[in-house]
Design a protein around this ligand. Structure first.
Ligand SMILES: [Zn+2]
Ligand SMILES: [Zn+2]
Length: 215
């Protein structure tokens, strides 16, 4: 089944858990503890910010995820948020948490997997010898308060209200959108040129950079 039926979309909470999980698994490619966790995080997050029909919400729902792991795909599959639509923001914190923001009401709620949930998984699936399957089962049946930490949050200015402006980096000359530039003294730099790059500088590469094509 698809989450968006012909015509009116059903609220997430009106779907059977299995249907939501199926949709997440189809998007992600396999069933894993992260899919169950992601479905539960999405249900809690959307409910707490008052968004029932997440896919219909469009730009009214923004989710900031703090990890690039399985659960992130479940959130994306159920809500329809995406990087390209700028409704999904990835922050590389390595934490199993996501903040759901209702852009109309301004309500924001951070949902995080409790560290203790992992350790207690075996208690919720005592007859399952496989640890991964036990986790999948446990995350499904654990009471929400035991699985998730849910807190009201306030997103700092500048994260969601970025202006559509474009400047050029004084070092590499490339365009920088959405006020992501940094000022270093008199210069306007992109974040990589200011020292934040994920790429090694050319002199540290083992493979030489390609020659500039003749002009
Ligand atoms: Zn997975
Ligand atoms: Zn630059």
């Amino acid at each position: 089944m698809t989450l968006v039926a012909e015509g009116e979309e059903m609220a997430l909470s009106e779907h059977a858990f299995d249907d939501l999980l199926d949709a997440a698994v189809r998007f992600h490619g396999h069933l894993c503890p992260g899919q169950v966790l992601g479905v539960r995080m999405t249900l809690a997050g959307c409910r707490e910010v008052g968004i029932g029909r997440a896919r219909q919400a469009g730009k009214d729902l923004v989710v900031l995820v703090e990890i690039d792991r399985c659960a992130t795909d479940a959130i994306q599959a159920l809500t329809g948020v995406s990087l390209g639509k700028r409704t999904l923001k990835h922050l590389d914190y390595g934490k199993m948490a996501a903040t759901f923001v209702n852009m109309v009401s301004g309500t924001a709620v951070r949902v995080a997997a409790r560290e203790t949930a992992r350790a207690r998984a075996a208690e919720w699936a005592p007859f399952e010898p496989d640890a991964r399957k036990a986790q999948t089962l446990a995350y499904r049946h654990m009471p929400e308060g035991e699985l998730l930490k849910i807190e009201r949050a306030v997103v700092r200015p500048g994260w969601l209200d970025r202006r559509r402006v474009r400047v050029c980096c004084d070092c590499c000359g490339e365009g920088i959108n959405y006020e992501r530039e940094v000022r270093v003294g008199e210069r306007t730099l992109c974040r990589p040129c200011s020292g934040e790059s994920y790429l090694l500088p050319p002199c540290a590469r083992s493979v030489p950079a390609p020659e500039e094509p003749p002009s």
